[in-house]
Design a protein around this ligand. Structure first.
Ligand SMILES: CC(C)(COP(=O)(O)OP(=O)(O)OC[C@H]1O[C@@H](n2cnc3c(N)ncnc32)[C@H](O)[C@@H]1OP(=O)(O)O)[C@@H](O)C(=O)NCCC(=O)NCCS
Length: 110
């Protein structure tokens, strides 16, 4: 679990959010061995991680899933799954997915 400042999300969402830091799930260091890339293992790992977040999100506060994309390739990968970039400049790119999208992606009905 991690926390993000609401201001950084408000800028992207154009939503009014509470002024205190928001609890989020951070997927860190998701990676596939270089010899096995392009075989959908990354997608499988991501969906597995999102499913685990859905499993705990109703028990502990969790309003978004966050990733820190450490390279352009990682950002492109996450963009495919509808992650939105929070900060426009610099690396790593912090990106997020709303819980409703997480539930859909994990195959769990809303
Ligand atoms: C990013 C990473 C996890 C993707 O894993 P992977 O097993 O190669 O990806 P998949 O085979 O599951 O690909 C799923 C989809 O993402 C796309 N994709 C994967 N890597 C991509 C990249 N670098 N750029 C653009 N699209 C990419 C694939 O084309 C595929 O799209 P499709 O549905 O249109 O066919 C892997 O390349 C990796 O470990 N990279 C190095 C570490 C890293 O950047 N981790 C991210 C956290 S910082």
């Amino acid at each position: 679990m991690a926390a993000v400042q609401a201001d950084s999300l408000s800028a992207v969402l154009k939503d009014r959010l509470p002024r205190y830091p928001l609890p989020v799930a951070l997927i860190g260091r998701l990676a596939v061995d270089g010899r096995c890339r392009g075989r959908r293992f990354g997608e499988t790992l991501l969906i597995d991680a999102l499913s685990r977040v859905v499993g705990i999100a109703d028990s502990i506060a969790c309003v978004r899933v966050i990733v820190d994309a450490k390279a352009e390739g990682a950002e492109r990968f996450y963009l495919k799954y509808d992650f939105a970039t929070i900060e426009g400049e610099g690396w790593p790119r912090r990106m997020f997915l709303p819980m409703a999208t997480v539930r859909t992606a994990a195959g769990v009905s809303l």
